[in-house]
Design a protein around this ligand. Sequence first.
Ligand code: HEC
Length: 207
Amino acid sequence: MNKVFPLAVIAFAILAFATLMLVILPAAQIRTIDPPPGLEPYTAAEKRGRAHYVDLGCYYCHSQQPRSPSQAPDLQRGWGRATTPADYVYDDPHVLGTMRTGPDLMNVGKRMPSQGWHLTHLYQPRAIERSSIMPAYPFLFEVVDAPAEDDVVVPVPAEYAPENGGVIIATQAALDLTDYLLSLDRSYPPANTELRDLGFERGGDEG
Ligand code: HEC
């Protein structure tokens, strides 16, 4: 029983040390990072799209963290240079992701800059990539008999066209999500010189 007090002190010291090293110091370090010159803050629409990205669990299958050539051939895969902390200054919460069931999306806006492509792909991935295992998100779209002037019509192959006729139009959620995807472009040179010295710049000027 008389060992309880020293044990409690040691346990508290370990917890306090872990909190300092894993929470307080990293937070202080990140707070001092400036946005890189090539990165714009998200617009209102992109922010809404980002919230849908989180809600719909896109990050369960997609990472947003291309790795350095010493770790993975992400550059050859066309996913872009290794990211540095500055690339994430506007990301809250972060959506780094851990799984790569689908491709890394950190630079998908640069790689696939077509709004129409993304809308069709979200409506039905298999309309574009026959063997895709990505879920379809038809609830982000509506079927109408005749589109209004400012509706964005989504073209799909005949086999995925609405059964009872009509055309598919994108909802605001689909448009916002697509805006967010198109904003994903970290192809500017990495900002953090410290990391550049570590060899992180390789492929920085790719694409
Ligand atoms: C069950 C896993 C899974 C989920 C969940 C998922 N995807 Fe995918 N995604 C994939 C796979 C696999 C591919 C590659 C095949 C294809 O292009 O459809 C892919 C491809 C993509 C691509 C094309 C990337 C490229 O380089 O070809 C985009 C963009 C994309 N997904 C966006 C999304 C968005 C946005 C969401 C959430 C609304 C989402 N994905 C949810 C598995 C997933």
